[in-house]
Design a protein around this ligand. Structure first.
Ligand SMILES: O=C(O)C(=O)C[C@]1(C(=O)O)C=C[C@@H](O)C=C1
Length: 274
C-alpha cells in the first residue's frame, strides 16, 4: 500500500517506488468523490463550449459521408479508431475510463500503472455508454449547437468525442460514489441489495439537496466559463451572450447526467454482493 506520510526525511528507493502509486482505496471518502465530480463539471462545460464553436454539421452523423466504413457515421468511425489507439497506450487501464466500443480493443502496450482496485469485481463492468451515446447525439447536440454546415466534420467529431468521454467519465464515477456509500452503510444497502429492491436503493443513495447544488453550480459555471472576456468591467445581464446556453447545461445535468449517474450507482450496488 502507498504511504502518504513518512516519519523520517530520508526517502529510500523502495519508498520512492511506493510514492508513485495512487492513494489506496481506504482514502476514498464521499467528500473526495464529490470533489472529483465538481472538478469534472469544468471539463464538461469546457468540452461543450469547444463543440459549440462548430455548427451542428449534420454530415458528421450521416453514414453516407463515409462509403467505405460499413454504414458508420464519421463520429462513430472516428470514436472507434481513437479508442483503439488510446487503448494501446493504456487509457482503459484506468478504471475511471469506460470505452464506448469495447469489442476488439487491443491490449495496452505500455508498462501498467498500479491503479488501486476500488470496485467490487462483479460490479466493475457496469456501463451506461450506450445510453450516453444516444442521449448526446439525439437529445443534447441539437440543444446547444446552431444549425448549419461549415465542412469541419473531423474537428466536429473530435470535439464530440471529448464531450462524450467527459460525460462518460462523470457518469461512471457513480461506481465510486456507490462503493463509498456501500462501505459507509453496509447494513442498509445489504438489505435492499438482497431484496433486489431498485426503488429502495435509489432512495438510499439520493440526496436531493446535493442535486440542487450541482445544478445551480453547473449553471453558474456555464455563465462564468462561457462569457466573452473583455478588458471592460461588466456584470451578467439579460444581454450577455454565452458560448453555451447555461440553461441547457443545467438541463443536461437535471435530465441526463444525474439520473444516469444514479442508474450506474443502482446497477453497481445490485452486483455488490455477488
Ligand atoms: O453526491 C452524491 O451522493 C451522488 O450520488 C451524486 C449525485 C450526482 O449525480 O450529482 C447523484 C445522486 C445524489 O442524489 C446526489 C448527487
Amino acid at each position: 500500500m502507498a504511504s502518504t506520510e513518512h516519519s523520517t526525511t530520508t526517502t529510500t528507493a523502495s519508498e520512492m517506488e511506493e510514492e508513485k502509486e495512487a492513494p489506496p482505496p481506504q482514502d476514498l471518502t464521499l467528500g473526495r468523490v464529490r470533489d472529483a465530480l465538481i472538478r469534472q463539471e469544468d471539463s464538461i462545460v469546457f468540452a461543450l463550449i469547444e463543440r459549440a464553436r462548430f455548427p451542428y454539421n449534420a454530415p458528421a452523423y450521416d453514414p453516407s459521408l463515409l462509403p467505405q466504413h460499413g454504414g458508420r457515421s464519421l463520429v462513430e468511425a472516428l470514436a472507434r479508431e481513437v479508442e483503439v489507439l488510446q487503448a494501446k497506450f493504456g487509457r482503459y487501464q484506468n478504471p475511471e475510463e469506460v470505452s464506448f466500443f469495447p469489442d476488439d480493443l487491443p491490449a495496452p502496450s505500455l508498462i501498467p500503472y498500479n491503479f488501486p482496485e476500488v470496485f467490487h469485481p462483479a460490479s466493475a463492468s457496469v456501463t451506461a455508454n450506450n445510453a450516453i451515446w444516444n442521449m448526446y447525439l439525439n437529445d443534447l447536440l441539437p440543444l446547444f449547437t446552431v444549425e448549419g454546415d461549415d465542412g469541419n466534420y473531423a474537428s466536429t467529431a473530435a470535439a464530440d468525442l471529448v464531450c462524450l468521454q467527459a460525460l462518460s467519465r462523470r457518469i461512471h464515477y457513480g461506481k465510486y460514489v456507490a462503493e463509498v456509500k456501500f462501505r459507509e452503510a453496509p447494513q442498509d444497502y445489504t438489505t435492499a441489495i438482497r431484496a433486489k429492491d431498485r426503488d429502495a436503493l435509489m432512495k438510499l443513495l439520493t440526496f436531493e439537496a446535493v442535486e440542487e447544488m450541482v445544478k445551480r453550480r453547473v449553471l453558474k459555471k456555464a455563465m462564468v466559463f462561457g462569457q466573452t472576456v473583455t478588458l471592460e468591467d461588466k456584470t451578467f445581464d439579460d444581454e450577455t451572450k454565452y458560448k453555451v446556453d447555461p440553461e441547457v447545461v443545467a438541463r443536461l445535468y437535471d435530465e441526463w447526467v444525474i439520473p444516469l449517474t444514479k442508474d450506474v450507482e443502482v446497477e453497481y450496488l445490485l452486483r455488490r454482493l455477488d
